[in-house]
Design a binder for this molecule. Structure first.
Ligand code: PGA
Length: 232
């Protein structure tokens, strides 16, 4: 089981340090825990979680080693900092920052090549779901990815992200099984995961963990979800 906290654009270095100091005191054996702070807070997280089993990942990565790409960060730079992995292709990147299946593919390949662990996100929008296109969308998003020991896929239906409308466990299971039929990799679920719904989502046979946004920002709710994963 993998529980990853996607902090999005929350938690600067000082808040990150405070969170990580609290997190290192927790007894979290039996679950793989990852925190994904914004770029500016990665160094603080790496430093404060050093010597623990908790991994630190970025939220995005560029495909080139270096170059004139204002605002971007390379896999080599993340590695130099001691960062373990990265999220790629989050729906907010696709929706607001022009991320496409092609750029997702380039980022994933470069990150894996550089030795980073990757959480690649896929998922359909509300409109696509209503039109019965969920599998077609997933098939298209997954067509650019290949299995890799360091690749985990996150099924994040866009209609469930930050909305409080969690997917039913049955739908999460069905979509995760479909994803595995396309790319053989562990699949974690994301979209309004909370301490109250984590156990039933994680109980699904093809759900191998969770990518948690809002509920990962408070130590108490994040560790409650980690504990649900330990019990499942
Ligand atoms: P949420 O976000 O848990 O706040 O819905 C999940 C995500 O975007 O990864």
């Amino acid at each position: 089981m993998l529980i990853a906290g996607n902090w999005k654009m929350y938690n600067g270095p000082a808040e990150t340090a405070e969170f990580c100091l609290g997190l290192r005191e927790q007894e979290l054996e039996g679950v793989d825990v990852v925190v994904c702070p914004p770029f500016v807070s990665l160094a603080a997280a790496v430093q404060l979680l050093a010597g623990t089993e908790i991994a630190v990942a970025a939220q995005n990565v560029h495909w080139d080693d270096e170059g004139a790409f204002t605002g971007e960060v390379s896999a080599g730079m993340l590695r130099e900092l001691g960062v373990y992995g990265t999220i790629v292709g989050h729906s907010e990147r696709r929706q607001y920052f022009g991320e496409t299946d092609e750029t997702v593919s380039k980022r994933v390949h470069a990150a894996l090549e550089a030795g980073l662990f990757v959480i690649a996100c896929v998922g359909e929008t509300e409109q696509e779901r209503a039109a019965g296109e969920t599998e077609a969308v997933l098939r298209r998003q997954l067509a650019v990815l290949e299995p890799d020991d360091n690749l985990v896929l996150a099924y994040e239906p866009v209609w469930a992200i930050g909305t409080g409308h969690t997917s039913t466990p049955e739908h999460a299971q069905e979509a995760s099984a479909f994803i595995k039929s396309q790319v053989e990799a562990p699949v974690i679920y994301g979209g309004s995961v909370k301490p109250g719904n984590a156990a039933e989502l994680l109980a699904q046979p093809d759900v191998d963990g969770a990518l948690v946004g809002g509920a990962s920002l408070e130590l108490e709710s994040f560790t409650a979800i980690c504990r649900a994963a330990i019990r499942s």
